[in-house]
Design a protein around this ligand. Structure first.
Ligand SMILES: [Fe+2]
Ligand SMILES: [Fe+2]
Length: 473
């Protein structure tokens, strides 16, 4: 397996594509359809070049190369992490056996489904972010948006490669379908709810890259454990790119909070809307919304599908190798909190194997808390008493055992009337969204930044903040 990526091919790759003519032709047939999709559904803003990183090698060091690129000419390619010839299955009924280089017939349908669901989210986020290039708060942010978008496009390539290479005609049909469904489309929407929500403003973009891309990180983490080695290696490399998306989210929200805190201090009021800042309670409402729609992506708390995937070896737990148990989960229980119709919480003990979605969600929530801590530290450093928090996991849920209940951010089960009367305190209102939108104006002079966000602490790849990250016509 060559570690170096072959850029002489029409499709850059490190999977020796030129050694498999049929597959190469099939993917070269899909490529123009991808480019049509990018042209139609990808970023609206036209540029004369964006300072982007492109993968040049998948090894530990120097896998990314930076240069100004004309975006439609970006070299989307197929990159898998290096193969470990001794890798063995880490969990489930096949634990200890060598990993699979081909798809076992009995798991074909399930693996294909997992890959299609993951693949569907990748182009969806590009579609959701289509208009953001028209209102970026700085050239630095505009560049980051394009970086995230081209990498989500590459993640689509990653999944399409697996479908083409291992799933025959059905896989090729599914690869077409990934371009035919569109975010928010009434006729052919994306598969998962959060990917049909519009990312209408830059605060939503930072929240999306913090909360929703982070769900992606955890899903990829479970697929990285897969016994199907090509899927594992694909996800391992995707996780490296995903780390940058998390960075954009974490530092993006940091910068909004920093700017808002500064305006609160300077004006000695929390009502900073009039001075061009985003009030802290509006930021909290955005956290509530993006966190809870992202929780829905983990599916129901208990799931026989997830249990079956685990036992079969298709999808593991987050950091499976570090878990100190039998990696089969045939015994043991997990406590589940459930809302009841009389307005109280009760607990149920379920088999650990059936609660794998809950397990993953728990890891995710713990990770999300670190963000809230960071943002509260910024408030503290500015001497501001306001504190952000994550809402109760039962709040605002459409999936799982909380769906159908009305739960407040602090975890009180309430009736419909109480919910309706308080909803506007907890979730962004039409007025909140319109207000945030009113702040969104493009700031495309080098070194300048919009009123509602602080500049980044560092630029990209050691370049200064006032670097010309994007050439505009
Ligand atoms: Fe992705
Ligand atoms: Fe991402």
């Amino acid at each position: 397996m060559p570690e170096k990526i072959d850029y002489d091919d029409k499709i850059p790759n490190n999977v020796n594509l030129s050694g498999d003519r049929r597959l190469q032709r099939a993917l070269e047939g899909w490529q123009p359809k991808f480019l049509d999709w990018w042209g139609e559904m990808g970023p609206t803003l036209r540029t004369n070049g964006v300072y982007l990183r492109t993968a040049v090698a998948v090894g530990r060091d120097g896998w990314a190369h930076f240069d100004h690129v004309n975006v439609p000419d970006y070299r989307w390619g197929i990159f898998l992490a290096e193969r470990d010839a001794d890798r063995r299955i880490g969990f489930g009924e096949h634990a200890g056996e060598p990993v699979w280089q081909q798809v076992p017939g009995e798991y074909r349908a399930d693996l294909q489904r997992l890959i299609v669901i993951q693949g569907d989210t990748e182009p969806a986020s590009v579609e959701q972010q289509k208009l953001l290039g028209l209102t970026a708060p700085s050239l630095y942010d505009l560049r980051n948006l394009f970086q995230v978008n081209v990498e989500e496009g590459r993640h689509l390539w990653a999944m399409v490669y697996l479908l083409h290479a291992y799933f025959g005609k059905e896989g090729r049909d599914e690869a077409e379908g990934l371009l035919l469904r569109n975010s928010g489309s009434p006729d052919a929407p994306r598969i998962l709810g959060a990917f049909n929500e519009e990312t209408a403003d830059w605060l939503a973009f930072y929240m999306f890259t913090y909360f929703t891309d982070r769900d992606g990180k955890y899903q990829l983490g479970t697929l990285k454990e897969s016994a199907f080695d090509p899927l594992s290696r694909t996800c391992e490399f995707m996780l490296k790119e995903e780390a940058h998306h998390m960075f954009v989210g974490t530092t993006g929200v940091d910068r909004v909070v920093t700017r808002s805190a500064q305006l609160v201090r300077e004006n000695d009021t929390l009502e900073i809307g009039a001075c061009g800042g985003i009030p802290l309670d509006v930021i909290q409402k955005y956290i509530n919304f993006h966190f809870t729609v992202s929780l829905d992506l983990f599916g129901g708390e208990t799931s026989t599908n997830a249990a079956n995937y685990y036992t079969a070896g298709l999808k593991g737990r987050w950091q499976e190798g570090r878990r100190k148990d039998d990696h089969r989960l045939t015994e043991g229980g997990t406590v589940l909190e459930k809302p009841t119709a009389d307005g109280t919480w009760t607990t149920d003990e379920v088999q650990t194997l059936l609660a794998l979605n809950l397990d993953l969600r728990g890891e995710y929530i713990a990770d999300c808390r670190t963000g809230v801590k960071r943002w509260n530290r910024i408030l503290e450093e500015n001497g501001i008493g306001f504190r952000f928090s994550l809402p109760h996991p039962g709040f605002n849920r459409a999936v799982g055992l909380n769906a159908g209940f009305r739960v407040t951010p602090d975890g009180t089960i309430v009736d419909e009337a109480t919910w309706a009367a308080n909803r506007r305190k907890w979730l962004p209102t039409t007025e909140d969204l319109a207000f945030v939108r009113s702040l969104m104006h493009p700031v495309y002079e080098r070194g300048r930044i919009a009123s509602w966000v602080a500049p980044p602490v560092n630029g990209v790849n050691d370049k200064p903040f006032d670097y010309e990250y994007v050439y505009l016509p």
